[in-house]
Design a binder for this molecule. Structure first.
Ligand SMILES: C/C(=C\CNc1ncnc2c1ncn2[C@@H]1O[C@H](COP(=O)(O)O)[C@@H](O)[C@H]1O)CO
Length: 243
């Protein structure tokens, strides 16, 4: 604010005089266009975008209520029995009063969103911006598309009471092991994790027990963090019993 009598300029609590008075006001600099836009690609600006993603996610999901996240391969085709299993599982979770949260993509994610949507429940898709964008599947009723993987992963853990992990690839394993690590280190309180598909997951479970555990890299109790099943009703009951 300019004080022409004393030839002073007030910038918040600061008083500037003489040559220190800026040639333009803060609002003028904000509103005038022009200048380099390189700052858009700098880390401080990214921090604001990251904050905005957290704000958007927290704001949208805060009132979600009880929810279970379902992970699994983006490549599970609709004629694969696992697609039907994920759909049925989600429908049962919905009937048990849970919202169903997925990565919002195709395959097992679509199947789970479909089951929740068809049951009239809450079908949530937390999508991720990828180089070959697929978009959210058509059965997502509440969708948020994230730019940053780590922000999106926070949402899965914060807004669901447990995870079901259908057969999948690297993305699914990343989600599984993040949840296991958070549970093992006590960063989350009781967090049931169900692996669906004894045949698919059997080799991994054997390796975890026979190599990881045998070699002392995990504790016997860590194995209790995982429940493996082929039965959708058993999977739902696992969450209900621990809610
Ligand atoms: C690469 C393909 C589709 C990409 N679309 C995705 N949309 C949303 N979420 C995804 C996508 N791909 C992976 N994810 C996340 O990882 C898990 C599945 O990964 P996987 O490697 O297929 O197991 C899934 O739970 C998502 O959260 C077409 O192949």
């Amino acid at each position: 604010m300019a004080d022409h009598v004393n030839n002073s300029f007030y910038k918040g609590p600061v008083r500037l005089r003489g040559d220190h008075i800026p040639a333009s006001t803060t609002d003028q600099r904000l509103l005038d266009t022009g200048g380099s836009a390189d700052w858009v690609h700098t880390d401080p600006w990214r921090v604001l975008r990251i904050q905005a993603e957290f704000v958007e996610g927290f704001g949208q999901l805060a009132e979600l209520g009880p929810a279970v996240s379902v992970f699994g391969s983006a490549r599970t085709s609709p004629d694969d029995p696992l697609y039907e299993a994920a759909r049925e599982l989600a429908a049962r979770l919905c009937r048990a009063g849970y919202a169903v949260v997925t990565g919002g993509g195709p395959g097992a994610m679509e199947a789970a969103n479909r089951g929740a949507h068809e049951c009239g429940g809450v079908s949530v898709g937390l999508g991720i911006e990828l180089p070959h964008e697929q978009g959210l599947n058509e059965f997502v009723d509440i969708g948020i598309n994230f730019r940053y993987f780590f922000v999106r992963k926070t949402m899965f853990v914060k807004y669901s009471q447990g995870f079901v992990v259908m057969p999948g690839g690297f993305g699914t394993l990343d989600e599984l092991f993040e949840a296991l690590t958070l549970a093992q280190t006590g960063k989350v309180t009781t967090f049931p994790i169900v692996l669906f598909g004894t045949e698919y997951w059997g080799g991994l479970i054997d390796w975890i027990r026979d190599t990881m555990l045998a070699d002392g890299k995990i504790s016997p109790a860590d194995l209790d963090l995982i429940h493996v099943t082929d039965d959708v009703e058993d999977a739902v009951a696992w969450f209900v019993a621990r809610d």
